[in-house]
Design a protein around this ligand. Structure first.
Ligand SMILES: *[C@@H]1O[C@H](CO)[C@@H](O)[C@H](O)[C@H]1NC(C)=O
Length: 352
């Protein structure tokens, strides 16, 4: 774009030298410009953002001090970020890789004063492995009212889209897009949690593209400080298979090649039925981190039970947690709990 300006300047100076009619200069200028744009669009795969304001990026202007609410203040966020990792370490079991990755990307997103795009994380894994739990912890650390904060927004696909057969995809798209637009106005660091993406209609996530892309602004709104978390079971089969294969030989989860597994997720997601199928948010690489959650072993189930027991001040010993763990279902090899920690709270109640 700078080159266009340069061209126009050159043309203007030529005009000055040869004292041409203003219209001639304009025509020549636009011809050169369109040629330039045409050439660029041939060689540049990246789609031009739809908003007119994104053609050039002036230096970002400093934001006014937050006045809307204490919760939506950089000071408050800074505080939360400083103990996010610790919070996840103490509240989440068996997901060291996920914790490390999430704490890292969240921290770096908040460290950058003017991020180029929102932070978009996608959590993948079998039921009960802590995807929902972790997203709640992120909400709890960043917002005073946690998951109930008016800046934290939760969409559950099965509730919104599966049981709702009255509406068309276009209506869902409009609703979702309006929802993001409206809620983002409340705080520029809004947290959107989109749950059960595998149950979203195919094509719906495409409507999120302008919000997640590297735009200065969409309309008059800046989305680059927001956080989006997608939750899904997409890729769970792959994660279980690879975990079991590895565990069979090594008997430890510490050496599971999680990075390689995470790299497989986008392709699997792009080809699996649901909201990620053929999704532009995958093909345009708008997801910053694909986070794999491993199946949980019996020892983690016991840790979950222990935490729940402490929560209700129950007296317990090893026998208590053992008998709770016995009530869960494990895979035929007894490597992992098929429901993770999901049913633990309902089993613990009796001891409270
Ligand atoms: C708890 O009980 C189980 C089964 O009886 C036993 O294998 C395990 O070593 C015990 N753990 C502790 C910490 O006492």
């Amino acid at each position: 774009m700078k080159s266009i300006l340069k061209w126009i300047l050159i043309l203007k100076s030529l005009a000055a030298v040869y004292s041409l009619e203003p219209f001639t200069i304009f025509a020549a200028g636009s011809a050169v410009t369109s040629l330039f744009i045409a050439t660029v669009s041939i060689f540049n795969n990246r789609r031009e953002p739809p908003s007119p304001s994104s053609s050039s990026s002036p230096p970002p202007t400093p934001l006014p001090p937050p006045t809307r609410d204490d919760e939506c203040s950089e000071e408050y966020f800074k505080d939360g970020i400083s103990y996010l990792k610790q919070d996840l370490d103490t509240n989440v079991f068996g997901q060291d890789f996920a914790i490390e990755l999430i704490a890292y990307v969240v921290r770096s997103h908040f460290n950058i004063k003017y991020p180029q795009a929102p932070l978009v994380m996608s959590f993948h894994g079998p039921t009960g492995t802590g995807k929902n739990h972790v997203s709640k912890r992120v909400a709890e650390t960043l917002f005073k009212n946690g998951i109930h904060s008016k800046f934290v927004h939760h969409k559950i696909a099965t509730k919104e889209y599966i049981r709702n057969t009255k509406h068309s995809l276009t209506e869902f798209k409009t609703e979702l897009s309006d929802f993001i637009e409206k809620k983002s106005k409340l705080c520029e660091r809004s947290l959107f949690i989109i749950d059960e993406v595998e149950s979203m209609p195919e094509g719906l996530t495409d409507v999120l593209t302008p919000f997640l892309d590297y735009h200065d602004k969409v309309g008059d709104q800046d989305y680059r400080k927001s956080i989006f978390i997608f939750l899904s079971s997409v890729g769970a089969d792959m994660l279980i298979d690879r975990f079991v294969n590895h565990y069979k030989n090594e008997k430890t989860r510490e050496t599971v090649p999680l990075k390689d597994m995470a790299n497989l997720i986008p392709t699997i997601a792009y080809n699996s039925p649901g909201g990620f199928k053929n999704s532009k948010i995958i093909s345009k690489a708008l997801i910053s981190a694909y986070v794999p959650f491993l199946p949980l072993e019996r020892k983690h189930v016991k840790q979950c039970a222990e935490k729940e027991l402490r929560k209700c001040n129950a007296e317990f010993n090893n026998f208590t947690t053992e008998s709770i763990a016995n009530q869960l279902i494990y895979d035929p090899n007894n490597y992992y709990s098929t429901q993770g920690c999901k049913t633990i709270p309902s089993k613990v109640g009796i001891y409270c």
